[in-house]
Ligand binder design. Structure first.
Ligand SMILES: [Ca+2]
Length: 374
């Protein structure tokens, strides 16, 4: 990294680098691990015709979280999951509509054209917000995956993440990059408030983490992947992840090195494309590593949980983070295997990256019961 000060903090909270989660969680996996129980899907029909591009998720009760990896240490690099995804706990969510795909560049462009919205990454940082930053560093930009050309130890993510001046949703890798012809790719370089602004315009909202996971599981119970038990059933690639050697070599064996257009891989049981892999997705929950443990400790079913009241990441207690889910085209079993459906990510709310986007949900109009317990 050649820059210091402005948004360097943001770089340090990149979700792909959450190597701290293993040790940061307050939960003890050995003492509070639950187990998966049957998914009980609500009956009845969808409340009406599906909004364009959305599908009905009936909601119901399910077991949320990730199982302990079998025969593997939950180390912080090639982890199957992190301890913040434990224990498995029981959750109920009401039915809702959800986007079949992540929001695309084409969709986001319509929003920007209609509203004149300027994303966080396009705004020049203000000195008052970064009083310690040298003025010359107050340049609009965002965080970009910038892989080394040789293998590196996986304990320093600054070797593959850079803050790039001029990077934003129109120029995901920096000023010389473009999304021309990529209307069907997921929009990236989106900060949390950018996603909220789009959602308000679209008459939708971000999913809670629980809604996201219920939808992602596609009606299955406790499977490690959104589609079932095997990463590659019958040899078939089911999601856009990373092959080769992380971070220096992505062979694209699954069809894409780097980001892919939406819906290039089979949908899950609810008809959702790229619910894991391709780009991470914002959820509306604040991040705390011990949230699952808090819910599990009550011993009941968490109804429509909306996340903790505030963010707290012991690794970076000063940062406000929301939960990311789904993993990305950079995820690999060598590092950050969080295309596994029960696992979690997190990210500082003002930080976009070129592998982070979002998809939205819509409630039926029936007021959901507030988060909490029965
Ligand atoms: Ca790939």
């Amino acid at each position: 990294m050649k820059r210091s000060g402005i948004r360097m903090v943001a770089v340090t909270v990149l979700l792909l680098a959450t190597a701290d989660a293993h040790n940061a969680t307050g939960a003890s996996s050995s003492s509070v691990i639950g187990s998966f129980q049957a998914t009980v899907v609500n009956g009845g029909q969808p409340p009406g015709p599906a909004p364009e591009g959305m599908v009905w998720i009936p909601g119901g009760e399910f077991s949320m979280g990730a199982a302990d990896p079998v025969g593997k240490d939950m180390n912080d690099v090639g982890m199957n999951a992190t301890n913040d995804s434990r224990p498995i706990h029981r959750v109920y969510v009401d039915g809702f509509w959800i986007d079949k795909t992540e929001v695309t560049n084409g969709q986001f462009a319509k929003f920007v054209k209609a509203t004149g919205y300027v994303t966080v990454a396009e705004r020049t940082p203000k000195q008052e917000d970064f009083p310690d930053a040298p003025p010359e560093s107050l340049v609009a930009g965002s965080v970009v995956f910038s892989p080394p050309d040789h293998p590196v130890p996986l304990d320093d993510y600054l070797q593959w993440w850079s803050y790039v001046n001029g990077a934003n949703w129109r120029h995901p890798f920096g000023p010389k990059s473009s999304i021309k012809g990529e209307e069907q790719y997921p929009v990236v370089q989106i900060a949390y408030e950018d996603a909220l602004a789009y959602a308000k315009w679209a008459g939708k909202r971000l999913p809670t983490e629980a809604e996201w996971e219920f939808a992602a599981r596609g009606g299955l119970m406790g499977k490690p992947y959104a589609w079932g038990d095997q990463f590659r059933p019958n040899g078939k690639w089911m999601a856009n992840t990373n092959q080769g050697h992380f971070p220096d070599k992505d062979t694209g064996a699954d069809g894409y090195a780097g980001i892919a257009p939406v819906a290039q891989y089979p949908p899950n049981g609810y008809g959702l494309y790229d619910i894991t892999g391709n780009v991470w997705q914002w959820t509306s929950d604040w991040y705390r590593p011990d949230y699952y443990a808090q819910l599990a400790a009550t011993g009941g079913v968490a109804r429509n949980p909306k996340g903790p009241d505030s963010s707290f990441d012991p690794a970076e207690p000063g940062e406000k983070k929301r939960v990311h889910r789904g993993g990305s085209f950079l995820c690999t079993e060598q590092y950050c295997s969080r295309y596994m459906v029960g696992t979690r990510g997190k990210g500082e709310i003002s930080t976009g990256t070129n592998h982070l986007g979002f998809r939205l949900v819509k409630s039926t109009g029936v007021p959901a019961r507030e988060g909490g317990k029965e």
